[in-house]
Every structure is written in C-alpha cells, then in structure tokens.
Design a protein around this ligand. Structure first.
Ligand code: C2E
Ligand code: CA
Ligand code: CA
Length: 554
C-alpha cells in the first residue's frame, strides 16, 4: 500500500542527518579554534611573565618584597587564566549541550510526526475503503477486491455476487427518523458480518444497499443454499427503540464468470436481478439470467414507444365504479389509464407507469390524463347527479414544484367542481417525504379536492402517522383484502384499521373485491365503499354510463 507517512519521514530524516553529520570541515574548524586558544594562552602567559617581572624590578628594590610580590603575581596569574578558561570552556560546553538537545528534539519531533503520519495514513485508508457508519468495506474496496480476484483467477475462479437492499427502508427512515435508520443499518451489518469469513466480503455500497461477495464457491449447486442461509440470518425481527421490525430484503444474484466477467457487469446484472425481485413484490431472491438482458432491452424499447404514444393517440381512459356499501349505489368512478400499442397490443399501467416515472415522462402522461378527465367531466353528470371522479396521482407529480398552480389552472380552465374530484395518492409516495407531502396535500385541500390514501396496508403501514395527514379517504389495498382469513393477525389489523379510520373521520374503501364473500365481509366490518371485479371491471366511459343507468333501473 502507498504509505504517505513514510515518504514524508524519510525525507525529513535525511535532511537532519545531513545537517548534523561531522565532516572534514568541522574537524579543521575544531583544530583551528583550539590552536587559537592555545596561542592566546601562550601569548598572555609570556606577556605576563615578561612585563610583570620588568615592572616589579622597576618599582621595587627590596628583594624580600620582590619574592612576596612574585608569589602574589603567580596566584593572580592562575586566577585570571582560570577565569578565562572558565569562560571559554563554559561557552563551548553550552554550545555542545545546545547542539545535542537540538539533535534530540529533532529526532523526537521526527518520531512524533512519524507516529502521527501513521495514524493519518490509517485514517485515510479507512476513509477511502471503509464505510464510516457500519465499518464495512465500501464499494471502492469491493471493486478492488473483486477485480483483483478476477485478475488472479481468469480461468478457475467463481464469485457469487449478491446485491440486496432493505425493503421499505426509506419508509422506516422517514417515519422513525434517520438516526433510527442508521441504527438499523448497523445492526443488520453487524449481524451478517459476524458470520462472514475471509475471503468472503460484505460491503455497504450505498444507503441501504449491500453486496455480499462469496469467493471460491466450489460448486454451483451449493451457492443458492449459501445465499439463502446468509439472507435468512438477517431476515428477522430487529428490536429498536422498543419497537419490533420484521425486516425483509430484495436480493439480486449474479455469478462470475457466468453472468459477467468484470466487476461492472456483475454489479449491473445483480442490480437488474434485484430490481426484478423488487417489482415482483420484494422479499425474495432473484438469480440473474440472460432473459433479464432481454427484459432490460424490452424496457428501453417500451420507453421509445412511450415517446410517441400521446401523439399517436394510443392512450385512453377506463373507469371503474366505486360502490357505496350502505345503499349499493355507485358513488363515483376511478379513472385508470389504458395503453393500446398498434404492434405490442395492450400494455398494462403497472408496466409503463414506473418506467415513465424514472424517465421523467410521467409529467406528460399525467397532463394527458388531466385533460382527458376534464374533457369527459360533463358526461359524468347523469340525470342531474354528478358522479365523483378519482384520479391517480404519481408521487413525481406530487413533488413537482408547479403542481399546485397547475391544478389551480386546470379547475379554472375547464370549470371543474374540485369537490367532486378525488386525488388518489399512494401511501409510499407520502412517506417518501412526509413534511412536503403534508404541505402539498393541505394546499390541494384548500383548492377543494378530496384526498384518498391509495394502496393502504402495503407500505410501512404505520397507523400512528395517519392522523397527521390531511386526507379524507383510505383505500385498503387488494392484496390485504384477498389474503384475509378470519381470526388471523391480518384480520385483526384490518378491523383495527377500519375502526381507527372511522375514529379519524375518514371514509374506508376496500379495493379488489372479487367475490360475494369478500363483499359481505367488508360490509360486515363497516367498510364504507368498495371497488372490484365483483361489482364492475374498469370500462370505457360510455359502457360505465350504461352500467350506471342499468343499475339504477334494477
Ligand atoms: P390502483 O390505483 O390501485 O388501481 C386499481 C387497480 O386494480 C387497477 O389496475 C384495476 O384495474 C385493478 N382492479 C380493480 N378491481 C380489481 C379486482 O377485483 N381484482 C383485480 N385483480 N384487480 C382489480 P390497473 O388499471 O392495471 O392499474 C394499476 C395501477 O396503475 C393503479 O393501481 C395505479 O396505481 C396505476 N395507474 C392506473 N392509471 C393511472 C393513471 O392514470 N395515473 C397514474 N399515475 N397511475 C395510474
Ligand atoms: Ca388508485
Ligand atoms: Ca389501489
């Protein structure tokens, strides 16, 4: 590995050693200085002996006094030279000590910065290759590791590349808060990582996305049980903040070398398999196969067709009656878009709505729906009775900046009675950004629209936030109704949902009623309105109007 710290320190050390290394010049200097001191000493000594004796003999005649003065002179000489030597030696030793301590300091500094550099180096390594929240390898390290393995095993290797994300994570994050979401990510990462052994690697590649790379899979037959084993470890209940959360995953698997010979292809294919797991209803493992490439191609083709659909007048609206269970009369209709392609035939909305949302094409489609509903609005006034119309609103439109002015202009231009129009918004769309949704919904209500929460019960289903939303109706999703059996947990939840909605003065619609039993059950539990094939399938406007007239005479 590239060690930044080491490079810095080697340079510094070299410089210091160069500055303090004894060399020839320094030796010469020392000899010269010492010689100068000795010459200076000899000069003082000789001058003292010669001049002092001369002056003593000049001024003193008494030989006894001369002897005494000479011994004092000797002492004075020793004291003066001692003082001079003291000064010289003291200065040299001071310099010597200063040099030694400078050297010491330089080396201590060197040690300190070396230590620091190593720490920094370690931090840089962690930032570059590890995720700070979970401590798992990040996608850079994952890519390096996978690419290196592929490079080392061009013929004999095998990798199981498992790409997964947490179902409904954004909802949990939004409802319970981000720090809660972070705790959940940490718990999942810790739990799974404690079972992963090298060379296998668990990496966090994004928000709630992880990759588990299983290296050295020796047999193709055993890898699916392995994937299942690891996913089942974390497909469990997590307790956070005294709440229980059963967490599931959408998992896509691609294999090296069968489904991709490099990291990017493996990632793309595992991602494609994962998005199929998602679109099939989440909580499942999908193994990549070549048909998925065809599927991806088909989606691109669909998008191309979609670009011409409006101009070629390929869209139409169907309407499905919504029945009031109190008197079995139709109270309104839901507008549902239909796409009839000249070559491909009928393409269901679930196939093209999400693609058009991803590609920004939903705006044009939605505007087409609004225009068409407005043009057909008058016809819903049947024999003096105005039927309420429900329109599905894409989450993208809800978050669109100019949505409120657009809706305002829409009712003004076509002289629509907004109190007769219900806007259906899915639960998951609202939870994506509750604050903004509440703000937009309040403004829509100010314009007079009725708001329905669509597909209720499929998302995070927190009943606690229901009272915060400015809504009038909840539509209980078909999947919830069709799976229900008396005295199961779901059954009690359904009853509680209905009670709570009524407590909050909300109307309850049951979607997807297909049998008389289901119709009777929802009636028994006080559901207000119902929709489903049992009553009437979605049909073009004229046929629904016929149905309404027929039903009235019955
Ligand atoms: P949704 O809003 O939940 O609409 C109800 C779906 O259930 C419709 O499917 C309807 O045909 C179907 N359905 C009604 N009764 C029954 C039943 O008894 N059994 C079964 N199995 N299905 C029943 P559709 O028309 O295929 O629409 C699917 C989804 O596409 C809609 O779900 C809605 O989310 C979306 N969608 C449809 N039209 C539009 C539109 O104009 N704009 C937007 N943004 N989305 C639309
Ligand atoms: Ca709907
Ligand atoms: Ca629905």
């Amino acid at each position: 590995m590239y060690k930044v710290g080491e490079i810095i320190n080697h340079n510094k050390k070299d410089k210091i050693i160069k500055d303090f290394r004894p060399n020839l010049d320094n030796n010469l200097n020392a000899t010269l200085v010492t010689a100068k001191i000795i010459i200076f000493y000899l000069f003082i000594g000789f001058t003292w002996i010669l001049t002092s004796d001369y002056f003593v003999n000049l001024f003193v005649d008494d030989p006894e006094r001369i002897i005494r003065i000479q011994s004092i002179k000797g002492f004075a000489y020793v004291i003066v030279t001692a003082i001079i030597f003291y000064i010289i030696i003291h200065k040299s030793i001071q310099m010597y000590i200063a040099t030694i301590s400078d050297l010491k300091m330089a080396y201590t500094g060197l040690d300190l910065s070396h230590q620091k550099a190593l720490e920094l180096d370690d931090k840089l390594f962690k930032v570059a290759y590890y995720d700070s929240l979970t401590g798992l390898p990040n996608k850079v390290l994952l890519e390096k590791t996978v690419s290196k393995y592929i490079e080392d095993h061009p013929q004999d290797g095998m990798i199981g590349f498992i790409y997964f994300d947490i179902d409904e994570f954004s909802n949990i994050n939004e409802v319970k808060g981000h720090s809660f979401g972070d705790q959940l990510l940490q718990q999942i990462a810790n739990l799974l990582n404690s079972k992963i052994e090298a060379p296998n690697m668990l990496a966090r590649t994004g928000g709630d996305e992880f990759v588990l790379a299983l290296f050295e899979l020796n047999q193709l037959e055993t890898y699916i049980p392995q994937v299942e084993y690891y996913i089942n470890l974390i497909r469990t209940t997590f307790v956070l903040d005294e709440d229980d959360f059963f967490i599931t995953y959408s998992v896509g698997v691609a294999l090296y070398p069968d489904n991709g010979k490099d990291y990017i292809t493996l990632l793309r294919h595992a991602d494609a398999a994962q998005s199929i797991a998602k679109s099939k209803g989440k909580d499942q493992i999908v193994i990549f196969d070549d048909e998925m490439v065809t599927m991806i191609k088909q989606q691109t083709e669909l998008l191309n067709y979609l670009r011409h659909a409006i101009a070629n007048e390929e869209f139409s609206l169907h309407y499905q009656p919504i029945i009031n269970l109190k008197d079995d009369q139709t109270s309104g209709v839901e507008a549902l878009i239909r796409w009839q392609h000249p070559v491909k035939g009928f393409i269901p909305p679930l196939e093209f709505i999400s693609i058009s949302e991803k590609n920004g094409y939903i705006k044009e489609i939605s505007e087409w729906v609004f225009k068409e509903v407005a043009n057909q609005y008058e016809a819903w006034n049947i024999e003096g009775k105005q039927f309420r119309i429900s329109i599905n609103i894409s989450p993208i439109m809800l978050m669109y900046d100019k949505f409120i002015p657009y809706m305002n202009e829409w009712i003004q231009t076509y002289h629509l009675d907004s109190s007769q129009i219900t806007l259906e918004i899915t639960e998951s769309a609202i939870i994506e950004d509750i604050q903004k949704s509440v703000h937009v919904l309040k403004q829509l209500k100010k314009l007079g629209f009725i708001i329905a929460l669509d597909d209720f019960g499929t998302g995070y289903s927190s009943l606690t936030y229901l009272q915060k939303l400015p809504i009038d109706i909840i539509k209980i999703d078909r999947s919830f109704i069709s799976n229900i059996k008396p005295n199961t947990e779901e059954f009690h939840v359904l009853r509680y949902m209905i009670e709570l909605a009524h407590h909050l003065n909300l109307l309850v619609v049951a979607e997807g009623i297909e049998t008389i039993e289901q119709a009777n059950m929802v009636k028994k539990y006080d559901v207000d309105l119902a929709q489903g094939y049992y009553f009437c399938r979605p049909m073009p406007q004229l046929r629904v109007i016929e149905y309404l007239k027929e039903n009235k005479t019955n």
